[in-house]
Design a protein around this ligand. Structure first.
Ligand code: SAM
Length: 225
């Protein structure tokens, strides 16, 4: 028998946030039991109407309980309106709940841990892709396509690299000589180099034989399927 009341949900939100940060939050106990019944320890749990991220807390509690490695994807809208243009529920409630649970020294939550990435989607009209696609957006998408954990893209340097288990990703925004050295020092097996203008980069790299892919074409292909 699964139970849990909305009153429990409200109390939990007050405990985590110190205030009534969200109305009508679901009880963690209910969602935890539903997740327990419907997932195994390595599963990914998606909540597309995540609100106050009760589901994230439920997954974190179950993992702490059974040593599982369930992951979660919480999707929500910002709930911004004309009256409240800066309202950002995702940042200030959904993600904030997970941040607070990670940092909590309340004995109830001490064992909870979930490193996570906070991402914001935005729509880019296809015809504006070349102007509107920022390197950091492309970086997150490429890391995702290669199954790498997401990392922050550093805009201040000409190229970013992510050396993962078995695959290295490089995204070149601007060429510099250090890239040549860096590539020469590595076996180029499983190194994936992406550039905005692959032909131009290939000429700069001269005798360094490495496959260079187009950022734009890869993303268009990857996300059109
Ligand atoms: C009923 S609440 C979810 C409550 C959640 N189970 C909890 O315990 O906090 C629904 C949430 O879905 C979000 N939402 C509404 N439309 C959405 C959409 N199109 N895509 C993603 N999220 C949306 C709203 O911002 C709202 O926070």
């Amino acid at each position: 028998m699964v139970s849990g009341t909305n009153d429990e949900g409200a109390k939990t939100v007050r405990t985590v946030f110190g205030s009534k940060a969200f109305n009508y939050a679901k009880p963690v106990s209910l969602i935890r039991e539903l997740v327990r019944q419907s997932t195994g320890p390595g599963d990914i749990v998606l909540d597309f109407f995540a609100g106050s991220a009760t589901t994230a807390q439920a997954v974190m509690e179950l993992n702490a309980e059974d040593g599982g490695d369930r992951r979660f994807i919480m999707v929500s809208s910002t709930e911004a309106t004309e009256d409240e243009p800066d309202k950002n529920l995702c940042r200030d409630v959904t993600a904030e709940r997970v941040r607070r649970l990670n940092a909590s020294d309340d004995p109830k939550y001490a064992d909870l841990a979930a490193p996570f990435a906070y991402l914001r989607t935005r729509e880019i009209a296809f015809e504006d892709l070349d102007y509107d696609l920022a390197p950091k957006d492309a970086w997150a998408a490429l890391e995702t396509l290669h199954g790498l954990p997401l990392t922050l893209y550093d805009d201040a340097i000409p190229w970013n690299a992510h050396e993962g288990d078995g695959v290295t990703l490089v995204m070149v925004d601007r060429f510099d000589a250090a890239l040549l050295e860096w590539l020469r020092e590595r076996s180029r097996q499983n190194v994936f180099v992406y550039a905005w203008a692959p032909g131009q980069l290939a000429r700069e790299l001269g005798d360094v034989e490495v496959e260079i892919r187009s950022v734009r074409d890869t993303l268009v292909r990857g996300f059109q399927q």
